[in-house]
Design a protein around this ligand. Structure first.
Ligand SMILES: NC(=O)c1ccc[n+]([C@@H]2O[C@H](COP(=O)([O-])OP(=O)(O)OC[C@H]3O[C@@H](n4cnc5c(N)ncnc54)[C@H](O)[C@@H]3O)[C@@H](O)[C@H]2O)c1
Ligand SMILES: N[C@@H](CCC(=O)O)C(=O)O
Length: 423
């Protein structure tokens, strides 16, 4: 294994977490181990400077990235994150998790990710549009409907995707809907995409709960992150009779032992831009979130949230990783020792990229599917992927994460091997 010169070596970074996860699958790769080093090397990493004229006339510079981790199985695919903590190493890890995710679901994509180190909440809509357009032009050398297809992630949404699509289209001189997914439906977006990730979390959660003999309707759930992923997952659990007793976002933590009224919280969040001070629950200390008496935990915010210490404290039986990389490797070991089942990010939150794949296919054929058709296909793919990984975990006697990596890495490395190395 060769270390990358541009990596910090920080053992708590998302990239370190990803590398540790790869390490755990190596004993199960057989002769494909010969190729595993390819997974430790992003194919391309672009750093861009984005000068932005602010509304007051001043100019600020922001750092942006697009990383294509692996392209062995198809064009790069993965979201764009706007967040003040974004770094190159984080984007590398997020792009690598996309490689594993797309292969675990058998989608014809490699893995990519992008981001800008910025707090989008501090920008006006016009500043955000200018920032997005300049970023899109700067990464234009890498993206394209057959090269690399961005999508939403933390801090971005359908509007940001519309600006990206429009900027790319202006630069190439033709409307190119297939360059990004997660667009508004009237601009070539797919029905079902907005709710797809949360829906996938719920569907895989139900399938896992059924295998464990855990009844959703009487379960107690805690959700960290109340954005695109967390709020939809919470809504589906609520609709199916579960009590969502704790919700946390960047502004604070809510608790209601009788269950929080999720539609009311969604309305509050939409109006306030945060969950804190919601009148239908108590505001509790953030650290208390991890101590509640629950059956199911849905981390749906950022990486590294389930530390070894928190893994010891959790009372749940099931963790559904809506977020990418929420569990540190040491915590994974503790959860396994405590018989807490973790449905890993690369399966659990794959509903989003799966419907992104549907969107990309629909854009190419200019033939659009009904929401019912999309939901049915999504549910089938998610359940099938979970079943395959569950069976693999039993066969190898490993966690579901390592089993998912075994399924995915076999596909990626076989593609690498058969494509060969020489130009
Ligand atoms: N959007 C997608 O389609 C998609 C698909 C798969 C995975 N994911 C992953 O899901 C996670 C959430 O993404 P999203 O699209 O819902 O983002 P989002 O921007 O819509 O929401 C993020 C949420 O996390 C909360 N948050 C931020 N910092 C926090 C902190 N320190 N503590 C608690 N909460 C905090 C925010 O308040 C917000 O509620 C990310 O890990 C992302 O990579 C997103
Ligand atoms: N950002 C999302 C969605 C990616 C996509 O749709 O391409 C993820 O992490 O899976």
């Amino acid at each position: 294994m060769s270390a990358l010169s541009y990596v910090s070596g920080d053992h708590h970074s998302a990239w370190s977490t990803y590398l540790a996860q790869v390490e755990r699958v190596v004993p199960f790769l057989g002769e494909l181990e010969h190729w595993v080093d390819t997974l430790r090397h992003p194919k391309r990493a672009l750093i861009v400077d984005i000068p932005l004229e602010m509304d007051d006339g001043s100019v600020r510079h922001f750092e942006g990235y697009r990383v294509q981790h692996n392209l062995s199985r198809g064009p790069g695919k993965g979201g764009v994150r706007f967040h003040p903590d974004v770094t190159l190493e984080e984007v590398m890890a997020l792009s690598a998790w996309m490689t594993i995710k797309c292969a675990a679901l058998n989608l014809p994509f490699g893995g990519a990710k992008g981001g800008i180190r910025v707090d989008p909440r501090q920008l006006s809509v016009k500043e955000l549009e200018r920032l997005t357009r300049r970023y899109t032009s700067e990464i234009g050398v890498l993206i394209g409907p057959q090269q690399d297809i961005p999508a939403p992630d933390v801090g971005t949404n359908a509007q940001v995707m519309a600006w990206m699509m429009d900027t790319y289209s202006m630069n190439v001189g033709a409307t190119t809907t297939g360059v990004v997914t997660g667009k508004p439906v009237h601009l070539g977006g797919s029905l079902g995409r907005v709710k797809a990730t949360g829906r996938g979390v719920f569907v895989t959660g139900c399938a896992a709960a059924a295998k464990m003999g855990l009844a959703i309707a009487s379960s107690r759930v805690a959700v960290q992150g109340f954005g695109n992923v967390g709020s939809v997952a919470a809504e589906l659990f609520y609709q199916h009779g579960a009590k969502v007793i704790a919700v946390q976002d960047h502004s604070g933590t809510l608790f209601n032992a009788q269950g929080i009224d999720i539609p009311a919280l969604q309305a509050w969040q939409a109006a306030q831009g945060k969950i804190s001070a919601f009148p239908g629950a108590d505001n509790i200390d953030d650290s208390a979130f991890w101590l509640q008496d629950i059956d199911i935990l849905v981390p749906a915010a950022l990486e590294g949230q389930i530390t070894a210490e928190r893994a010891q404290q959790l009372t749940c039986r099931l963790v559904l990783e809506g977020a990418n990389g929420p569990t540190l490797p040491q915590a994974d070991d503790i959860l396994r020792a405590r018989n807490i089942i973790v449905i890993p990010d690369v399966i659990c939150n794959a509903g989003g990229v799966t419907v992104s794949y549907f969107e990309w296919v629909q854009d190419f054929s200019s033939f659009y599917w009904s929401e019912e058709e999309i939901d049915q296909r999504l549910d089938t793919i998610m359940k099938h992927a979970l079943d395959a990984v569950w069976e693999k975990a039993q066969q190898l006697n490993v966690t579901l994460r390592t089993a998912a990596y075994a399924v995915a890495c076999e596909r990626i490395l076989l593609a690498r091997k058969d494509r060969g190395l020489y130009p």
